[in-house]
Write a protein that binds this ligand. Structure first.
Ligand code: TUI
Length: 316
């Protein structure tokens, strides 16, 4: 059975982590992933504190296993979110879209495991020095807010730069991707788009259907001109956004276009004008499956791939 250092660190059975997706990382998905032996993640996003408290409690009612809360460092509520995490004694905290260094000492004191998401080597080194327990190295194949480097060079270089466990993210949705991540020296994988397309995920069926129908070139990156690149499935919104960027629209105009579009897309199912954040691996996803099947399937396939590669060498 596949077992790595991240399983021992986090107290999970399989080295499979659900990415923290704003609006979709709810108790329904997080508890299903954790109960199936992975690490489920509640996404704090920009949500009100009472909503987040309920999500944590609902997750705990459905599983006694560890789970994470993903803190969006861009959120205006970040300090209140951190207070809640201490109060509720959340087992693992993941961070995205910024440098969480200032929060690390108190988290360590409280015995909470710290797993920031990084998209560059420099921040990875800095966060290891600050006391992070593990890192998620997320390539720009991912959906949502992204960095500049793709998963293959990013994971390889982050693994060489730090001694703590590294989890690979961006472009992984099956056992071949998982085996490749392990080959690079990662101790586990994080997946977002694959779990968005699960039975338990509360996303609108039309959004899941767009992922199932997507091909390899169906995502677009907006916001490169504003320094906040975001990857989504291409639609009327991304085309309008890119057209405005090309025409020299101001950051304020672009922010106005983007405001409120994520729930419109992924919850309300407006696939034309909503934001359909998804990674490049959307093209590989052909079905909507229960979380437990997804986790069992990826681990079993990764084991088969590893065996096949070992056999290649034995025959040589
Ligand atoms: O955070 C993510 N992905 C996200 S956050 C998000 S919420 C959102 N909603 C609407 C518009 C924009 C965002 C959707 N997807 N992934 C982790 C991640 N973190 N990717 C890149 C980074 C990152 C970027 C810059 C981490 C650190 C950083 O700079 C910090 C520094 O000071 O060096």
């Amino acid at each position: 059975m596949l077992h790595t250092s991240i399983c021992d660190l986090l107290g999970i059975e399989y080295p499979v982590i659900q990415g923290g997706m704003a609006w979709l990382g709810t108790w329904e998905l997080a508890s299903a992933v954790s109960e199936a032996g992975g690490l489920g993640t509640i996404a704090a996003g920009n949500s009100p504190i009472e909503w987040l408290r309920q999500q944590i409690r609902s997750t705990r009612e459905r599983t006694r296993k560890p789970f994470a809360v993903n803190v969006l460092l861009l959120s205006p509520l970040v300090n209140e979110v951190m207070e809640l995490i201490y109060q509720e004694r959340v087992p693992v905290v993941a961070f995205g879209a910024g440098n969480p260094g200032i929060y690390i000492p108190r988290l360590k004191g409280a015995g909470i495991k710290i797993m920031p998401v990084v998209s560059a080597v420099a921040l990875a080194k800095r966060l290891q020095r600050s006391g992070a327990d593990a890192l998620v190295a997320e390539g720009m194949e991912s959906g949502g807010h992204i960095g500049e480097t793709t998963t293959l060079p990013l994971v390889t270089q982050v693994v060489d730069a730090v001694q703590i466990p590294v989890v690979a993210a961006g472009g992984i949705a099956d056992g071949r991707g998982m085996a490749a991540a392990l080959a690079l020296g990662a101790q586990g994988v994080q997946m977002g788009t694959r779990f968005a397309c699960s039975v338990e995920c509360i996303a609108h069926p039309k959004y899941k259907e767009r992922i199932v129908k997507a091909g390899d070139r169906d995502t677009a990156v907006t916001g490169l001109s504003t320094g906040h690149p975001v990857r989504c499935l291409e639609n009327k919104l991304t085309r309008k956004f890119l057209e405005m960027e090309r025409a020299g629209a101001t950051v304020k105009e672009l922010e106005e276009l983007g405001t409120g579009k994520l729930p419109l897309g992924v919850i309300q199912g407006d696939t034309d004008w909503g934001s359909l954040m998804a990674g490049q691996i959307a093209g590989l996803i052909k079905d909507i499956r229960p979380v437990a099947d997804i986790i069992r399937g990826i681990v079993a396939e990764a084991e088969t791939v590893i065996d096949r590669m070992t056999a290649l060498r034995a025959r040589g």
